[in-house]
Design a protein around this ligand. Structure first.
Ligand code: ZN
Ligand code: ZN
Length: 710
């Protein structure tokens, strides 16, 4: 055992014996593991499909069931529901939850047993050879078998995880035995798994999209999980009657096939997540290997890997001014990342607070693993700073500004997990982190925590004061590019955020100088946030990323040209007034000035004004876009027409959601360009249009009975 010490195992077993929460966790692990004890070894070996059977997380990315379509929930992005599959009842058949019919029409198991060769077995109206059935209604195939296959792998990994965990908690050989049967077979398959040649997504949507058993992002967690399972049970090989005769050979086979293949996958770029995910997986794999050379290599890679960006040319690849560089940047070593990919507030460069919060959780684990390997990260100032930014951008203790792919119109608060705070507190004893941790009540947030000491920090005045200073008064995050104007106390607290940071990543939006307003416990001027998933699909994710849905100015009816940061001109706060001014003239190529001045002004205990001056020079047309909250809407000083009966704001003949102003993107199959490169305006997403021409001053109001915005 390389990942856990015998003291840690003793501690976990003791907790399971004495503590209700720990016992509950152990019971659920053992219950799932017990299901696998009843399955015989040969069945389990056969249950794992060959690497060559394709995989997908959804049957059809665009249209759902061949007969019933997508069902009431629709199927935008990942949300295609309505498929049932129980691999222990019918391994290769998926059932439509709407009509109850099953697919495919052929017996794929029989075809599989011919080595996927005998095509006379592909019978019936919806035959699937593993690569999907092609209907006439849609250019995309229905991947019935691949859906079953990916689900089978989820079930296998979940079973393997429970079996290895049950063995850790009980020491009973029966659990280790079934885990070893899975690992012994998996070691023959895992090295050949390649999502870029064996998946729906790489075949139909994103050529070359990597991964192994699962997509490249999920694979970081999967690889780590598989390596943990190997580490947990391999000591049981010598005592196991099936494997005992060839103990060394079995051990070597499993280590090579799983740990070795994981290491290769990570170094080779097939296992890659957002920052920290693959670095964490790499350290788990290297420590599990027990090989000092692997550990040294992994530490060097995690700290100092560089140059992949140049190798893959991604740093240089620019589509229509949109530069794709995340994947390579995410492989840069921590020493580079701490200086160059993480702003001075400790927040990463993914623009979106929720994606950036992932960095913090993973880097906390990386710091803990590096500590075991003799490298100290906790005393780096930016690592400590990393645990503060979620607090400093919080508004009303309830919201984080929905910058980029984060949050939604009604809410969304980014916080770090209890496990991350515990790990950080153990590493730093920083009073600020200790105070955040004291606000959490959770016990054993994860299985891993059963094996860790759980610290309970003493109350700290210093920590509590710092928290208050960061979240209750006007605050500027000048590196990240977020100004937070705040006023009032208690229920009357009010906050206004202005984002002007660098957004040039896959999870950034074209949202320069966007504002959000928070008051009376709700979002008064909300942002759409993460409305459309970032994955490239048939339905183009071009609306919530675009400029128009944000509260900012659209020039010449097109999205902003760049995602570069603005320049702070002024940030001031005094009694009753806080104010920020930012100029971002490079936002549009055509603008010489693109400047916003926003002030939050207290007029009395229950009344505040937000003053918004937006100056734009250059371009022919300037559209000021804003929206209020859900409520009654009224105007004074201007009368509005009846809603436009046909079409959208883009025109009476332009249907809702049409890409009417960027020809190269019209046909998804032949688009040749990513939807990220859409440079149109998105005016076709606004319908029921009402128009008015005011003669003088006018106003509009939103009211919901309790709260009003005028
Ligand atoms: Zn159906
Ligand atoms: Zn946005």
């Amino acid at each position: 055992m390389n990942l856990l010490t015998s003291d840690q195992i003793t501690l976990a077993r003791q907790r399971v014996a004495e503590d209700t929460a720990a016992r509950k966790m152990a019971d659920s692990v053992c219950a799932e593991a017990t299901n696998w004890l009843e399955r015989d070894d040969e069945f389990i070996r056969d249950f794992l499909p060959e690497a060559g059977v394709p995989r997908t997380w959804t049957v059809n990315y665009t249209t759902g069931c061949p007969v019933h379509g997508s069902g009431p929930e629709g199927n935008r992005g990942y949300a295609q529901g309505g498929w049932r599959h129980d691999p222990f009842v019918d391994r290769w058949k998926v059932t439509c939850a709407i009509g109850g019919e099953t697919y495919p029409s052929n017996d794929f198991g029989a075809f599989y047993r011919t080595g996927m060769q005998d095509r006379s077995l592909l019978t019936g109206p919806h035959a699937d050879d593993g690569w999907g059935w092609q209907g006439k209604e849609t250019p995309y195939r229905h991947w019935f078998v691949a859906y079953c296959c990916e689900h089978i792998w989820q079930v296998v990994v979940s079973g393997l995880t429970s079996l290895s965990q049950a063995y850790l908690l009980t020491g009973e050989a029966k659990y280790a035995h079934k885990a070893l049967v899975i690992l012994d077979r998996l070691a023959e398959i895992y090295p050949d798994m390649d999502y870029s040649t064996q998946s729906m997504y790489a075949t139909e949507f994103s050529p070359g999209y990597d991964g192994k058993m699962f997509n490249l992002i999920s694979e970081t967690m999967n690889a780590a999980q598989l390596c943990k399972a190997v580490d947990a049970v391999r000591d049981a090989i010598p005592a196991d009657p099936i494997f005992a005769a060839t103990t060394e050979a079995t051990r070597a086979k499993i280590e090579r096939g799983i740990i070795g293949a994981s290491l290769d996958g990570i170094y080779g770029g097939r296992v890659r997540g957002n920052y920290g995910m693959h670095q964490e997986a790499l350290l788990f794999a290297a420590i599990a290997s027990g090989d000092q050379r692997e550990m040294d290599r992994a530490v060097a890679w995690v700290l100092d890997n560089t140059g992949e960006a140049t190798l893959l040319k991604e740093m240089l690849t620019s589509f229509d001014d949109y530069v794709f560089r995340d994947k390579s940047a995410h492989a840069e070593g921590l020493n580079f990342a701490l200086d160059n990919l993480i702003f001075r507030e400790g927040i990463g460069w993914e623009s979106s607070p929720s994606y950036n919060s992932g960095w913090v959780g993973h880097i906390a684990i990386i710091a803990r693993l590096l500590e075991k390997l003799g490298v100290q990260l906790w005393d780096r100032p930016k690592v400590r700073r990393m645990f503060r930014w979620a607090t400093e951008m919080s508004c009303l203790d309830k919201f984080s500004p929905a910058v980029g792919d984060a949050g939604g119109a009604l809410g969304g608060l980014t916080e770090f997990s209890t496990a991350a705070l515990r790990t950080a507190w153990m590493g730093t004893e920083d009073p600020f982190i200790g105070e955040l941790l004291r606000q959490r009540r959770e016990e054993f947030g994860s299985f891993e925590e059963l094996f860790e000491e759980l610290p309970s920090p003493e109350p700290s005045k210093e920590g509590a004061t710092e928290i208050k200073q960061l979240k209750d008064i006007p605050h500027l995050m000048g590196g990240y590019g977020l100004a937070l104007l705040r006023s009032g106390r208690g229920k009357e607290r009010c906050a206004l955020s202005l984002y002007y940071g660098r957004g040039a990543t896959e999870h950034g939006h074209f949202d320069r100088l966007n504002i959000e307003l928070f008051a009376y416990g709700q979002k008064i001027i909300p942002d759409h946030g993460y409305g459309e998933h970032a994955a490239e699909g048939d339905i183009p994710a071009v609306w919530t990323k675009n400029t128009l849905p944000h509260t900012t100015v659209v020039v010449d009816g097109r999205r902003q040209d760049t995602q570069g940061p603005g320049r702070l001109v002024l940030f001031k706060a005094g009694p009753g007034l806080s104010l920020v001014e930012v100029d971002a003239p490079d936002t549009y190529h055509s603008t010489a000035e693109y400047r916003r001045t926003v002030a939050l002004i207290e007029m009395g205990p229950d009344a505040r004004y937000a003053l918004d001056l937006f100056r734009t020079a250059g371009g022919d047309r300037h559209d000021y876009s804003m929206h209020g909250f859900e409520g009654d809407f009224h105007t004074t000083g201007v009368s509005l027409s009846d809603p436009q009966a046909k079409g959208t704001l883009a025109g009476e003949d332009v249907p809702q959601g049409a890409i009417y102003d960027d020809d190269g993107l019209v046909d998804p199959l032949r688009k040749g360009r990513s939807y990220y490169t859409y440079r149109g305006g998105g005016y076709s997403y606004l319908y029921d249009v009402r128009r008015g021409h005011p003669d003088g001053p006018w106003s509009a109001s939103w009211r919901d009975g309790e709260v009003g915005l005028q």
